[in-house]
Design a protein around this ligand. Structure first.
Ligand SMILES: Nc1ncnc2c1ncn2[C@@H]1O[C@H](COP(=O)(O)OP(=O)(O)OP(=O)(O)O)[C@@H](O)[C@H]1O
Length: 544
């Protein structure tokens, strides 16, 4: 008795319990699978039943039922439960794509009618109806009505999107088709949609059928030297979201906690290899006491943490613009960044402190300088990234001077209109972004389509690591004396990172923040060397 009890006792009770739980889950999963594929299951059962009626067909019927019903169900349930990612990639998403496209093709007349895209017109009269009408116009039955729909030219399912290309019916405009977008997306059960006019009569509805932005994704340490554009996250169809920088001024607007930090570090961190290579020079204006920029201080050539220092930074940038303007006049119309002549990127966190909440003199001066940088810097290789919470005109009077805008979570449809323009509240509803998905934003593409994106998250540790790995080189043309924020606290945290990465600032480029060197101590006069006697004992110098 005891010999049998020993092995049982050594098995953990939870492991014993888990087996029936798994069996129950598989049985339940097969039942649900059969319910979802009723037609398939009923068809296999019917075939099995017919084969069973044939003399001697009993074992064949069991085989049909097992192979056609239970085995596919079991495989699907076990695969989906234990290897969900590969099941989604290989089975569920391709199958879903096929069914989305088939659904749209089959249901188009019904969809178009219910979404207000179709009209009812008199049908073409038959010959008998014409004869009856001619004989007695009063008693002849009314002409039958027919529905006229816009034409569904093609349906394409790719990734998690279903694209419907639609041609307007006679009498319909692109605007009429655009209005039906939200109803169409709702009918398809889409998470969101994009609308694109291909011509005055043909449009594309891109229905995003699954949410690829729900999960948080951490940013990676950037490796490539990128200057023109940096990847900052992903789009709703799962493709990378790449933010163009050269020749653009970017405004990121979102209420508190909407994830502006991810945009800020997405740009500054993404440019880090280019900073180290000298192709980009970062200027930081952090008017929230330097808390944000302090994390990655080494990346920045210069940092301002008060409005007065910000004015100095803007003045220095205007000097760069003046000097470049003179140099480029008659030679080039767009600046090309090089290590000796880098792209200057001014990153401002909480622009409102500078433009609305500081003393009137500084505000006026800062507004004037910033307006000059925004209007003249673009082509001369000086671009601005500004983050702000409040998009009202009295806070950012210079809104119109930014060439691209990112709308993170906003507080109202009015704010969405202020940031993205009229009509954006429907196509790009930034005020409906959930507070549980910080970093999510709406952007308007160059072709006018609205797209939802989510920035990758930059944990503090990653920001520090990237700043240490890619410090800004010491500038040969020192910027004006702007007081730098303290970096000692950050240094103590990042010291282990330097060792781990095997990159020490002293061995490569020196971080801008550690430029101030201690004055050297004066040399002491050399003492005469004591003479040494052949037996090794010191003697007086004179004796030698
Ligand atoms: N891309 C992201 N993915 C997931 N979580 C994020 C992302 N970005 C930010 N968060 C989370 O949201 C919180 C707020 O983010 P963040 O500080 O960037 O907001 P903010 O817009 O700068 O707010 P404030 O203006 O008040 O400083 C962060 O602490 C972080 O936990």
């Amino acid at each position: 008795m005891n010999t049998e009890a020993a092995p049982l006792a050594s098995v953990a009770p939870t492991a014993v319990l888990r087996v029936p739980v798994h069996v129950a889950a598989i049985v339940w999963g097969v039942a649900v699978w059969s319910w979802r594929h009723t037609r398939w299951a009923a068809g296999v059962a019917a075939v099995g039943f017919l084969v069973r009626l044939v003399p001697g067909g009993q074992s064949a019927a069991v085989g049909i039922l097992a192979l056609g019903w239970l085995v596919p169900g079991l495989v699907a349930v076990v695969w989906a439960r234990w290897w969900p990612a590969s099941f989604e990639r290989v089975v569920s998403v391709p199958f879903a794509r096929f069914s989305w496209a088939r659904w749209a093709r089959r249901r188009w007349p019904h969809l178009a009618r219910e979404c207000g895209l179709s009209v009812q017109r008199d049908g073409r009269p038959t010959r008998s109806a014409l004869v009856l009408r001619a004989a007695s116009p009063r008693t002849a039955p009314a002409l039958s009505k027919v529905w006229v729909h816009p034409r569904l030219c093609s349906t394409t399912a790719r990734g998690v999107t279903l694209t419907l290309t639609v041609r307007a019916r006679t009498g319909q405009t692109v605007e009429d088709l655009e209005k039906a977008g939200p109803a169409l997306a709702a009918a398809a059960g889409a998470r969101s949609f994009r609308f694109k006019a291909l011509s005055p009569s043909t449009v594309e509805y891109v229905l995003v059928m699954a949410d690829r932005l729900a999960a948080t994704r951490n940013a990676q340490v950037p490796r490539d030297v990128l200057v023109d554009a940096v990847p900052v996250g992903r789009r709703q169809d799962g493709t990378p979201w790449v933010l163009p920088l050269v020749g653009r001024h970017t405004l990121a607007v979102g209420c508190s906690g909407s994830g502006k930090g991810s945009i800020f570090w997405g740009v500054c961190g993404g440019l880090a290899p280019a900073v180290r290579a000298g192709m980009v020079r970062l200027w930081g204006v952090d008017l929230k006491r330097g808390v944000e920029v302090g994390m990655g201080r080494h990346l920045f050539a210069q940092v301002a943490t008060t409005p007065a220092q910000a004015v100095d930074v803007l003045t220095a940038l205007l000097r760069v613009i003046d000097e470049r303007g003179h140099r480029m006049a008659g030679h080039a119309r767009l600046h090309t960044p090089t290590p000796s002549d880098p792209l200057h990127v001014l990153a401002i966190d909480e622009l409102a402190v500078l433009t609305a909440y500081t003393d009137p003199d500084t505000r006026k001066e800062a507004g004037r300088l910033l307006a000059e940088v925004l209007t003249q810097g673009r082509a001369l290789g000086v671009v601005v990234l500004a983050c702000v919470q409040d998009p009202r005109k009295e806070v950012i009077g210079l809104r119109g001077l930014f060439t691209q805008t990112i709308a993170l979570r906003l507080r109202s449809a009015d704010e969405t209109r202020m940031v993205l323009g009229d009509g954006a509240a429907t196509a790009a509803p930034a005020h409906r972004i959930s507070p549980s998905t910080p970093g999510t934003a709406w952007v308007i593409e160059e072709d006018g389509t609205a797209d939802q994106v989510r920035a990758d998250f930059w944990p503090d540790q990653l920001v520090r690591e990237v700043a240490i790995l890619h410090p800004a080189p010491v500038a040969e043309d020192p910027a004006p004396d702007v007081e730098v924020s303290p970096v000692d606290a950050a240094k103590s945290v990042v010291a282990p990172l330097i060792d781990r990465a095997g990159v020490h600032p002293a061995s490569s480029t020196v971080p801008a923040g550690s430029r101030a060197r201690k004055p050297r101590a004066p040399r002491k006069p050399r003492q005469p060397r004591p003479a040494t006697s052949p037996d090794g004992s010191a003697t007086g110098g004179e004796a030698a």
